[in-house]
Ligand binder design. Structure first.
Ligand SMILES: Cc1cc2nc3c(=O)[nH]c(=O)nc-3n(C[C@H](O)[C@H](O)[C@H](O)COP(=O)(O)O)c2cc1C
Length: 331
């Protein structure tokens, strides 16, 4: 059974890749993920704020007392986790390339069209096979319109694409008024080779005891697959980019849904954090068994087969389904 797929033009032995997380933030961890059978690895992100902080720290040597330094450094919580300095991140990419024989995808995480984007070229030089650009902004400023935010994102993608020769995937949140139009722009005008749907939105929490706002990270659950699955199914074959699904994949059933929708890869974090990266082997086996039982000859035969473009009942993904769902409740 042929489980091979391609992602951003890179041939992969199967569709399960390790998404950016602490499991992909050091060479030892990356080696473990590769040994466990991941077909590619997305490194933990290098953040715009980390690059700015480094630049400001250097600048501070010459201009004492820059307020902005204090502001940027406040983004970084006091934890035991070590954040990579940008130069160290370049070493991580180079060392990961030497340590494993699967594609190494570097990850840049930010939101503005600033000097931090120079790191795209540096990551390519360090040896990254591809880049994942995670664009994440909480649009809290009531003076900035959705159109402005979208224009900025497309420009960020275009800037990166012009700076590098390696393929670029863009990871985005689902919170856009017209995701279909916007994602198409990211691919067509920005030049993104792949779209990774979706970034998770980590809401902070209130602690009623201490009256403090506290960070709160919950690992995902299988039910979360349905949001990216639906959008990939709607856009497969209609937006000229590869689709990758991230969010909620915990077993073979979840991964199979992603592939049926049209994803070429499934990027996993939570399930691997819960049970260790070795979980990948079992999920690959289960996908293989599913395909054999249904007499598929290759993975490509099933990718996108339940997308709106190919499904027997395209309306099942549209508003008609909304009414059906509401009327399907029998208490
Ligand atoms: C602890 C943790 C750290 C993460 N760090 C990053 C990161 O550095 N960059 C990034 O793009 N995504 C990061 N993610 C998001 C994951 O890569 C993934 O896209 C998301 O968790 C959805 O997949 P999942 O449901 O399999 O966890 C992180 C997720 C977790 C749980």
């Amino acid at each position: 059974m042929e489980l091979g797929t391609t992602w951003l033009g890179l041939p992969l032995k199967h569709p399960l890749i390790a998404s950016a997380s602490p499991l992909t933030g050091s060479v030892e961890a990356i080696r473990r993920v590769a040994d466990a059978g991941a077909s590619a690895v997305v490194l933990e992100s290098l953040f715009e704020e980390q690059i700015d902080l480094e630049a400001m720290a250097l600048d501070d040597l010459y201009h004492v007392g820059a307020d902005s330094f204090a502001e940027v450094s406040s983004y970084f919580p006091e934890t035991s986790r070590v954040y990579h300095r940008p130069e160290e991140y370049l070493d991580l990419v180079a060392d990961a390339r030497k340590a494993v024989d699967i594609p190494v995808i570097a990850s840049l995480n930010g939101r503005t069209r600033g000097g931090w984007l120079d790191y795209a070229g540096k990551l390519e030089k360090a040896g990254a096979h591809a880049l994942e650009l995670n664009l994440y902004q909480l649009p809290h400023d009531a003076r900035i319109s959705g159109a402005e935010i979208e224009r900025n994102y497309v420009e960020v993608v275009r800037t990166v694409k012009q700076a590098v020769g390696i393929p670029v995937a863009v990871k985005l949140s689902p919170f856009f008024t017209a995701p279909a139009h916007f994602l198409r722009q990211v691919a067509v005008e920005g030049g993104a080779d792949g779209l990774v749907l979706f970034n998770r939105f980590y809401q902070p929490d209130f602690d009623p005891e201490t009256l403090e706002i506290v960070p709160h990270l919950e690992l995902s659950r299988s039910a979360e697959v349905r949001l990216p699955m639906t959008w990939i199914a709607l856009l497969y074959g209609r937006v000229p980019a590869d689709f990758g699904l991230t969010g909620g994949v915990a077993n073979a059933q979840d991964a199979i849904k992603a592939l049926l929708a049209g994803a070429r890869v499934v990027a996993m974090a939570s399930e691997l954090l819960r049970h260790g990266p070795e979980r990948i082997g079992q999920i690959v086996k289960d996908i293989q068994q599913w395909l054999v039982e249904r007499e598929y000859r290759s993975l490509f035969e099933m990718i996108g087969s339940l997308s709106q473009k190919k499904a027997a009942d395209p309306s099942a993904l549209m508003r008609a389904n909304y009414m059906k769902v509401l009327h399907s409740w029998h208490g």
